[in-house]
Design a protein around this ligand. Structure first.
Ligand SMILES: O=C(O)[C@H](O)[C@@H](O)[C@H](O)[C@H](O)COP(=O)(O)O
Length: 235
């Protein structure tokens, strides 16, 4: 596993600007299809907005999610809604390029349906380290060290067979999350973290602290950390 690369930026706006330029280059250099697994939450908002302004051949990109709140697609908490408002509604893509996590049935059915979607797009039922599931996986970090909806103490942290699982404890709302095997199966893993409140988690996750869900992640490909000065303040 190659040592992670770290880019530090003055503030979230500078990070979003520079990261969008870099990601535009990554997508331009890649073959189609480019499978991009999106994070939810607030941190990626500025980046998604900047990406929507870049000259990118979006026709090669397939959008996936690393987790979702189990709410309707138009709910204020929906990660799909956030991505649609900041990026997807502003770029020339077809509906079949967007592989949203389904949230209109029950969590177990939805998790299995999304896993089937991933497996059919991947063209196999087993992950192959030589052929990652995603080309780029964007991950935010909670101040408690969670990633995706892989929350501290959650049974889903031990799931090594399923690619997608429901999370029914630890948050006010039910969630769907990729499990470690699916999140780790990426050519490029990008952590995007801003804010002083994340600095301790950034430090411990980078040290591989097994008590934090982020510290247990073993990405297969290259890892890049995009941090603002506040989130990097303990490094
Ligand atoms: O659905 C979500 O909320 C995210 O997937 C979650 O893992 C998020 O990335 C972290 O909680 C950081 O959230 P912020 O970016 O809002 O700080």
């Amino acid at each position: 596993m190659t040592a992670p690369r770290t880019e530090k930026f003055a503030d979230p706006q500078d990070l979003a600007l520079r990261a969008a330029d870099w990601m535009a280059g990554v997508i331009a250099a890649a073959d189609a299809p480019f499978r991009m697994a999106l994070s939810g939450g607030n941190s990626p908002r500025l980046l998604y907005g900047e990406l929507s302004l870049r000259r990118i051949d979006w026709s090669k990109v397939r959008f996936y999610w690393i987790d979702e709140r189990f709410v309707p697609p138009d709910h204020p908490d929906s990660n799909l809604r956030m991505a649609r408002e900041t990026l997807l509604a502003h770029i020339p893509i077809q509906p079949d390029q967007v592989h949203a996590m389904p949230t209109l049935s029950d969590p177990e059915t939805a998790a299995r349906a999304y896993e089937d979607d991933l497996k059919s797009a991947y063209g196999a039922t087993d992950l192959d380290a030589a052929r990652p599931l995603f080309d780029l996986t964007l991950i935010g970090l909670g101040s408690d060290g969670h990633i995706c909806s892989l929350l501290p103490g959650s049974p889903v942290l031990e799931e090594r067979t399923r690619w997608v699982a429901p999370v029914t404890q630890g948050r006010p709302e039910v969630r769907l999350t990729l499990t470690y095997p699916a999140v780790e199966s990426s050519r490029l893993t990008v952590f995007l973290v801003t804010g002083r409140d994340k600095a301790e988690a950034v430090k411990r996750v980078r040290q591989g602290d097994q008590n934090l869900p982020g510290g247990r992640l073993r990405p297969q490909g290259e890892t890049v950390w995009l941090l603002d000065r506040a989130a990097a303040s303990l490094l």
